[in-house]
Design a protein around this ligand. Structure first.
Ligand SMILES: C[S@@+](CC[C@H](N)C(=O)[O-])C[C@H]1O[C@@H](n2cnc3c(N)ncnc32)[C@H](O)[C@@H]1O
Length: 285
């Protein structure tokens, strides 16, 4: 892919995630049940509690912002920020259904936070930071808006070989295309996968008490077909690759993905391994 300016990356992200927003809403209940444990882990790492003011970065359709709002209660508040207005519209509908009045969502780039210094007790983020064109800039912003003693808790994807859930489709699509070797510094799903990558940036921004832990789990689908269907509707980066294949190649790629899931069949379901990197840090007192 030709080099993109930060502004081009941001605009492409905005378009990508807006395009898949309806798919995220459609699959919401399924993935909420499959991945809610990640939200609870983030809430724990961020030490969320009643009355706090929390900022969630790249909330998408509301994770973990909605859980944070339930924890901080009516004496606290949560702001979720994301580039994709349509993802946020889905998050707002969910907040309304849950009767939450202490949460608001704003469209914007998390690399430039429109908030005062030292104004949040905690910052959370699930599966967003690796998509930013200038991660150190966003990390400096996080350090700026955290109150002294406040925590950041972030989840990013760990290494591809530990994430068959994400790697299978990427491996299947690659042979059909003439892709240059991936630029390890370019924004993308695995940009913060290596141990220490994000942690080092947090340290450089002056944050302390840094933890970095890989957390293995799996996502369970009743059938392999449902896995493939969800990928096609949710995974914006994969959609972009698929769009470059002919109809025949797409059909062949789908068949190969189905075949690759066979070794993960268990008890009548498909359990696809994932590995999430949880990174947390504290603002100095
Ligand atoms: C994989 S989704 C994760 C959404 C949600 N946190 C979750 O875990 O379900 C990634 C989200 O990051 C958002 N995003 C990507 N780059 C961003 C940026 N520079 N500023 C704000 N949001 C961004 C996208 O719009 C998208 O909603």
């Amino acid at each position: 892919m030709p080099h993109q300016t930060p502004q081009q990356v941001i605009e492409a992200q905005r378009q990508d995630w807006n395009r898949v927003a309806s798919g995220w809403e459609k699959w919401d209940q399924f993935f909420d049940r499959q991945m809610a444990f990640l939200n609870y882990r983030l809430a724990g790492d961020a030490r969320l509690r009643q009355g706090q003011r929390v900022l969630d970065l790249g909330s998408g359709t509301g994770y973990p912002a909605l859980l944070a709002a339930q924890i901080v209660g009516s004496t606290g508040s949560v702001i979720g920020i994301d580039l994709a207005e349509q993802m946020l519209a889905a998050a707002e509908r969910k907040a309304t259904r849950l009767g939450l009045t202490n949460i608001s969502f704003r469209a914007g780039d998390v690399g430039l936070l429109p908030f005062e210094d030292r104004s949040f007790d905690a910052v959370t983020s699930r599966f967003c930071l690796m998509f930013l064109p200038e991660i150190p800039k966003a990390v400096a912003e996080i350090a700026r808006v955290l109150k002294p003693g406040g925590y950041l808790a972030a989840a990013v994807w760990s290494l591809p070989e530990k994430n068959p859930y994400l790697k299978i489709p990427m491996d299947v699509v690659k042979p059909f295309m003439d892709l240059p070797p991936p630029d390890p510094a370019a924004p993308g799903i695995f940009r913060l996968a290596k141990p220490g990558d994000l942690a080092d940036m947090l340290r450089q921004a002056g944050l302390i008490e840094i933890t970095d832990q890989e957390f293995p789990a799996d996502v369970r689908f009743p059938t392999a077909q449902e896995y493939v269907a969800s990928l096609m509707e949710l995974a914006a980066p994969l959609q972009n690759l698929f769009a470059q294949l002919t109809a025949g190649q797409q059909q062949e790629a789908r068949a190969r993905i189905l075949q690759a899931t066979e070794r993960f069949q268990r008890d009548g379901a498909v359990a696809l391994p994932i590995a999430v990197r949880f990174v947390s840090a504290q603002a100095p007192a």
